[in-house]
Design a protein around this ligand. Sequence first.
Ligand code: BV8
Ligand code: ZN
Length: 247
Amino acid sequence: MEPLSEPAQLRAAAALIAGAERLVVLTGAGMSAESGVPTFRDALTGLWARYDAQALATPEAFEQDPALVWGWYEWRRELVERVGPNAGHEAVARRDAVVITQNVDDLHERAGSKNPIHLHGSLFTPRCSGCGRAAGAPAVGGAGTEGPRTPPSCEHCQSLVRPGVVWFGESLPVDALEKAVEAAANADVLVTVGTSGVVHPAAEIPQVTAKLGGTVIQVNPQPTPLDPFCAVNLRGPAATVLPEIIR
Ligand code: BV8
Ligand code: ZN
C-alpha cells in the first residue's frame, strides 16, 4: 500500500483516537521540547555540555560528586518552573487518557492531566538517599544558576538528599510500571510522543499494546526503534500534531 500522505495520516490517526474507548499516551522528552525544556540528550548545554547524560543520571555519579549531580537537577527543576505546558500537553489533557510519562517535569499536571504515571520519577519529589524520607520540596524560584550545588542533608538521619528520579541502573517504581503495563495491555489506542525509544523498560510499553491487538500511533519528527510497532508514524512536533489528532 502506498504510504498515506501527511493529511491522510493525520485524519486516520484522529479517527482512531476519536473512536478509542481506552486511550493511553506515552510521552518522552520531545513532549516538553516546545515548552523550552531541553530533551534528555540535549539537557546538557552550557556548563553541562561536557557531561554525558547517561553518566550523570546514575547513583555512581551522585556518589562521586553529589554537588554536581544535585546542581544539574536543581538547574533543570528551576528551568521547568520558568516555562509552561505547550499545546501538546493541553491536547492530551482534553481526553480522559491514561498518561504515562518518562519525563521528570510537571507539565502534564500543569496542563490538567490527572495523575500521570511517572515511570522515571520527578524533579519535584527529592528524597533522602539514606532513609528514603521525602525531603521538603526545594525552595521555589531559584536563580537558575548552572553549576554544582551542595545538596541538603536529611533532617532525620543527616544523609544527603537526592533527586526523586530513577537513575540508570535503578529499578523503576514497581507500582508505576505495573499500572503502565496494565494500561498499555488494555489500550485500544496508545499514542507514543517524543521518545527516542531506546531506554528500557519504558521502550517496551508500546510493544505491549501492539502485541495485544491495540493500535500504536507515533508522533516524533525522527524515526525511532518504535516505528515497526506503529500503525501510523506522524513525523512532526508534538505541539503541532497533537492538537490535530486529539480533538
Ligand atoms: C532498569 C530520569 C533494572 C532521570 C531516565 C534492556 C535493554 C537494554 C538496556 C537495558 C535494558 N534493561 C535495562 C537496561 C539499562 C538501562 C537502559 O535502558 N539503557 C539504555 C540506554 C541502553 N535502563 C535502566 O537502567 C532502567 N532501570 O531497567 O532497572 C535494571 C537495572 C540495571 C540493569 C538491567 C536492569 C532505568 C532507566 C531510567 C533512567 N532515567 N530519566 C533524568 O531525567 O535525569 S531516562 C531518560 O532518558 C528519560 O527519562 C527517557 O526515558 C530516556 C530517553 O529520553 P527521551 O525521553 O526518549 O528523550 P531523548 O532525549 O532520548 O529523545 C527525545 C526524542 O524526542 C527524540 O526521539 C526526538 O526526535 C524527539 N523530539 C524532539 N523534539 C520533539 C520531539 N518529539 C516530538 N515533538 C518535538 N518537538
Ligand atoms: Zn534520612
